[in-house]
Ligand binder design. Structure first.
Ligand code: SAM
Length: 273
């Protein structure tokens, strides 16, 4: 288990992509928020062993630090933390064009992030770093207005930032998945940040910091590289198998593939033997 060096909160936590990464580099999660019932079950299954305190319950059996709807979270009840992680859903700001800052974000889920940061800052515990993820389309969402207001809000809160679109396929993940990342840091605590985005990982496991080199030198990963070894799986003929889909679903997949092919579409399952 890595030595714990800093604390973080995990907002819009999903099944815990941020948690996985932050834990691997010494982060201790002190608060998480996710409202989807099934994502919560996965999240707890994934992290209850490495972070048991996160799933502590009060005397009424309610989670103390594993919040459901972020709108119900009171910043006062959130433990102080160093880093705020959040893959917040992308929403337009309705009062665009007024102050272009914190007040313009009210009523959106980004406001919840900004509000927690504001509260902590006003109470002398400003988070050092904000680590946010969104769809690539955030750049042009509402003609660029949404990102403009987010960045103006960070500025108003005293944070400097960098924004970049990164692709998972250059980081050893077999998926062509582009996402926009915003890294922001508190100027009072980190006045001279020399932050550089990583663009990929090379074949020797070294970080690539030059955007153009990522395409050429990145480690190549295929879907079959990440599968569980065949000999560790259940017997596929066993109808109680945990990793085998039902006969009905399998027939459905085959029919959909056939239909798509007939309609000139390539979408469907593939076999990895
Ligand atoms: C883009 S996903 C984030 C995925 C996450 N980074 C992961 O690794 O799985 C956004 C998540 O925000 C959650 N969400 C949306 N509105 C929420 C709310 N009001 N309170 C808490 N979670 C919310 C959704 O259920 C969804 O899982």
């Amino acid at each position: 288990m890595p030595e714990k060096k800093y604390t973080f909160i995990d907002l819009f936590a999903g099944i815990g992509g941020f948690h996985q990464a932050m834990h691997s580099v010494g982060g201790k999660c002190v608060f998480a928020s996710e409202w989807d019932k099934f994502a919560r079950i996965s999240y707890e299954a994934n992290y209850s062993e490495i972070e048991p305190a996160l799933f502590e319950k009060d005397k009424d059996g309610k989670y103390k630090f594993f919040n459901e709807d972020i709108n119900d979270a009171n910043p006062e009840d959130i433990p102080d933390f160093d880093v705020c992680c959040g893959g917040f859903p992308c929403q337009a700001f309705s009062i665009a064009g007024l102050k272009r800052g914190f007040e313009d974000t009210r009523g959106t889920l980004f406001f919840n992030i900004a509000n927690i940061v504001k509260y902590k800052k006003e109470h002398g515990h400003a988070p050092k770093v904000l680590f946010m993820e969104n769809v690539k389309g955030l750049k042009m969402h509402d003609k660029g207005n949404t990102l403009k207001i987010i960045l103006a809000t960070l500025d108003e809160l005293g944070y400097d930032y960098r924004v970049e679109v990164l692709n998972a396929k250059y980081f050893g993940v077999p998926q062509n998945r582009e996402r926009l990342f915003i890294i922001a840091w508190d100027k009072d605590q980190i006045p001279e940040a020399d932050f550089k985005f990583p663009y990929g990982i090379d074949k020797n496991g070294q970080t690539i910091f030059e955007k153009e080199r990522a395409k050429i030198d990145c480690i190549e990963t295929h879907v079959c590289d990440i599968f569980e070894p065949r000999n560790t799986l259940d017997n596929p003929n066993d109808t109680n198998s945990k990793v085998t889909i039902s006969d009905r679903m399998w027939i459905g997949h085959q029919e959909r593939k056939k239909r798509n092919k007939e309609n000139g579409k390539g979408f469907g399952y593939s076999l990895f033997l």
